[in-house]
Design a protein around this ligand. Structure first.
Ligand SMILES: Cc1cc2nc3c(=O)[nH]c(=O)nc-3n(C[C@H](O)[C@H](O)[C@H](O)COP(=O)(O)OP(=O)(O)OC[C@H]3O[C@@H](n4cnc5c(N)ncnc54)[C@H](O)[C@@H]3O)c2cc1C
Length: 425
């Protein structure tokens, strides 16, 4: 391996591979250091192994799914948009399909097709890819940055110097994929601030979680998040009860604010509305009709018939846990119970199984138009290591692709421009 190159990319995930691809296309030499034996280990588990590559919503809608400040992401998105992602992924041999919610997947529904195609394309463009290389430090040495790494299996630390380093080490979620937070230490060593980090898009665990709920999936239900008794977020969509707690698209959507609140000692409750399309009045009328249809009345309906009635409003598996958690349930309070099933949330699943890390390298110290550090002109950041995260629906991979593309292109252009200037001088 050459001990000097134009650009070192640390991390061969979605952001790192895209950064390398764009820098190589500009004409720079690029070395990618990845601590796993291959690139894109996390890509392989995205979208339950199917990889929700991006989302086709236009910026006005897309930006509502980006946190904590979508304006920081605007230049990156316009520089390499969701449409650019689709075009590139298609061009490197992975046809894509759009599914419900404007989500894009590979036609094969195989995440591995995406990671393999990106790695092959990056290598075809001439990337020097060094796997099993765990970066331990980056230091400035005059005009160069020196990146030190250890090979898996031992040996003395090795070093490579470069004019720019792109840190694309990911966040803290699913550490088994290689994302263990090394990029934060590198950022701190250059004086960067790391904003408070917390798991997002994660399971919320109710107090006294009823095991009978596990495995139940609900479609088109409503969910209100209460923090210290105030409603702070309202969602409608799909929800699932898993062994970890409440998940599914709307469970995940409220998890960002819920986890933040829990970790700051606030009370968190979720109110599940099993019939969001009907207001209380219409639901009462519907209940009356259903009771009449089974030849009963509100005052005479017994426990057995009530359970049968519940079956018309929810999946069979939900009937027992619903009835168990509503003692004293009768025809008169059924509508209110269906519209407002309260879950007190005590805890959440941590980094070991959350989808994304919220918080990270502070946006304030990064130039949004280039992804370059304001503290060192050779240092760039891309992907989940940044204080930038999105909702479920393909937003996080697009963050990685857009910020990676911008960092790669900006680093390369800065190097090539400075060479031009010194040649002309
Ligand atoms: C279960 C799951 C499902 C998901 N599904 C989706 C989805 O369908 N759609 C979507 O948009 N997002 C999804 N996400 C989120 C998305 O995968 C991430 O936000 C995105 O992959 C982040 O990309 P990244 O390149 O910044 O980081 P990563 O993908 O984490 O890549 C970082 C790379 O850096 C390497 N690295 C770390 N430290 C070092 C070091 N010191 N030296 C060398 N290499 C290092 C790691 O090994 C890793 O390969 C999912 C996440 C999870 C966990």
């Amino acid at each position: 391996m050459s001990t000097h190159t134009d650009i070192v990319v640390i991390g061969g995930g979605a952001a790192g591979m895209m950064a390398a691809i764009k820098a190589l296309q500009e004409g720079c030499d690029v070395t990618v250091l990845e601590k796993n034996p291959f690139c894109g280990k996390k890509i392989n588990i995205t979208g339950k192994g199917r990889c929700n590559i991006t989302n086709t919503r236009p910026w006005q809608e897309f930006s509502a799914h980006i946190h904590p400040n979508s304006q920081f992401f605007r230049s990156a998105f316009y520089g390499f948009s969701n449409q650019d992602t689709i075009e590139l992924i298609n061009a490197i041999g992975v046809p894509t399909v759009e599914t419900q919610g404007k989500r894009i997947f590979p036609e094969s529904m195989s995440a591995r097709d995406v990671s393999r195609a990106l790695q092959s394309y990056m290598e075809d463009l001439g990337a020097a890819l060094l796997c099993d290389a765990d970066v331990i430090a980056v230091k400035r040495d005059g005009d160069s940055l020196v990146t030190t790494f250890c090979r898996t299996g031992g040996g003395l630390p090795e070093a490579v110097s470069s004019e720019a380093v792109i840190v694309a080490t990911g966040g803290l979620s699913y550490p088994t994929t290689g994302s263990t937070g090394a990029g934060y230490d590198i950022a701190r060593s250059f004086g960067h601030t790391i904003t408070e980090r917390f798991p997002s898009l994660t399971a919320l665990k109710p107090r006294r979680y009823d095991l009978d709920l596990q495995g139940i999936e609900l479609e088109n239900v409503g969910l209100v998040l209460y923090v210290d008794k105030s409603p702070v977020q309202v969602e409608e969509g799909d929800l699932s009860f898993t062994d970890n707690g409440i998940e599914g698209s709307i469970g995940y959507r409220v998890s960002r604010k819920a986890v933040w609140a829990l970790s700051h000692g606030q009370k968190v409750e979720l109110e599940l509305d099993l019939k969001p399309a009907l207001n209380l009045e219409k639901l009462e009328a519907r209940i009356s009709r259903e009771i009449a249809a089974i030849g009963s009345s509100r005052s005479t309906i017994g426990a057995t018939k009530l359970r049968g009635l519940l079956r018309t409003f929810m999946p069979q598996a939900l009937v027992k846990p619903f009835a168990d958690s509503h003692p004293g349930l009768g025809a008169d309070n059924l509508a209110a119970a269906l519209k407002s099933w309260i879950f007190k949330i005590d805890s959440y699943t941590g980094y070991e199984r959350c989808v994304v890390t919220a918080g990270g390298v502070s946006q304030k110290e990064i130039i949004a138009k280039t992804m370059c550090s304001k503290l060192d002109p050779g240092l760039y950041f891309a992907g989940e290591v940044l204080d930038l995260d999105g909702d479920t629906g393909g937003y996080n991979l697009q963050i990685a692709f857009s910020t990676g593309a911008l960092a790669g292109r900006s680093a390369a252009q800065r190097i090539l421009n400075s060479r031009l200037v010194s040649e002309e001088g």
